[in-house]
Design a protein around this ligand. Structure first.
Ligand code: LP5
Ligand code: MN
Length: 247
């Protein structure tokens, strides 16, 4: 078993974008859950576990079932696993949560990490300058829209999801890079609203530690890596947080 910290520690991952087309990422996750995560106090998955998720019927796919079972084994072994929705898998529901043993977490949520209050988010709401995306988000996060979408036949949902993915990729080609990053004032507001100090999020695929000074207080913002190209996970213990390469 890999042990990265001898102290009690908590792990964070996001933006794995798993799909049947990227079996290497699924294998990396299965190994991570088997070898790295069992020594943690908890594991947080901060969204975009899947490339896209259009309803818990997705569990019928062998790769998704294997992923759910691996999370379930970890949770059954005594490591709580938490899942926050991303912009790709906001339709992941109670059925998947039960099958995987994961507890669904609201975005945002504040947790206490060894004495440091830590704000957790997927990160898409911080990109407030991306007005087109925020309009799209407001539509698809509406419970009435979701109920209507989940009531459609699966093949129609697949078609719609592919169409939106295509439109999203087109839209991103002409968007300014700064618009697709977090808006500094929105980050400051998030620190202010949730007690300062530390923020962990994913979504932008720009892994880094940023130092912020908000209202005269020193704060830190950890951006998680995606798993498209090896990637990393974040380990936090009483001494702080650090990114660790995936094996
Ligand atoms: O995902 P990523 O990181 O590449 O880009 C995001 C934003 N895009 C999205 C869209 C997702 O990729 C699509 C997820 C599919 C989920 C499946 C279920 C939902 C089905 C919905 C059916 C209507 O989140 C992208 C951001 C980028 O992050 C950076 O933050 O810029 O936002 C966009 O590109 C959104 C566009 O600006 C607007 C999209 C218009 C879509 C119009 C829908 C019309 C309905 C079509 C019906 C078939
Ligand atoms: Mn995302």
């Amino acid at each position: 078993m890999q042990v990265r910290s001898l102290m009690p520690h908590t792990l964070f991952i996001s933006d794995l974008h798993l799909s049947p087309d990227t079996p290497a990422s699924t294998e990396t996750l299965l190994r991570f859950l088997r070898e790295t995560a069992p020594s943690a106090d908890a594991l947080y998955v901060l969204g975009d576990l899947f490339e896209y998720w259009i309803g818990d019927e997705g569990l019928a796919q062998p790769f998704a079932k294997e992923v759910a079972q691996a999370f379930h084994a970890l949770a059954g072994g005594g490591v709580p696993v938490y899942f926050m929705h991303g912009n790709r898998d906001f339709l992941l529901g109670e059925r998947f949560a039960i099958a995987s043993g994961m507890k669904l977490l609201a975005d945002p949520t504040v947790v206490d990490l060894y004495g440091t209050p830590t704000l957790l988010m997927h990160g898409d709401t911080l990109c407030s300058g991306d007005v087109e995306y925020q309009k799209f988000r407001a539509m698809v996060r509406n419970p009435a829209w979701q109920q209507a979408f989940l009531g459609k036949p699966l093949d129609e949902r697949v078609r719609m999801a592919r169409e939106v993915r295509g439109k999203s990729e087109q839209a991103k080609q002409v968007k300014d890079m700064t618009i697709m990053d977090v808006a500094p004032a929105t980050v400051d507001d998030a620190f202010r609203a949730h007690g300062y100090k530390r923020l962990i999020h994913g979504h932008t695929h720009r892994p880094a530690r940023h130092a912020h000074k908000v209202d005269g207080r020193e704060c830190e913002r950890w951006v998680l890596a995606d798993w498209y190209d090896h990637g990393s996970y974040l380990l936090c213990d009483a001494g702080g947080c650090r990114a660790q390469p995936l094996g």
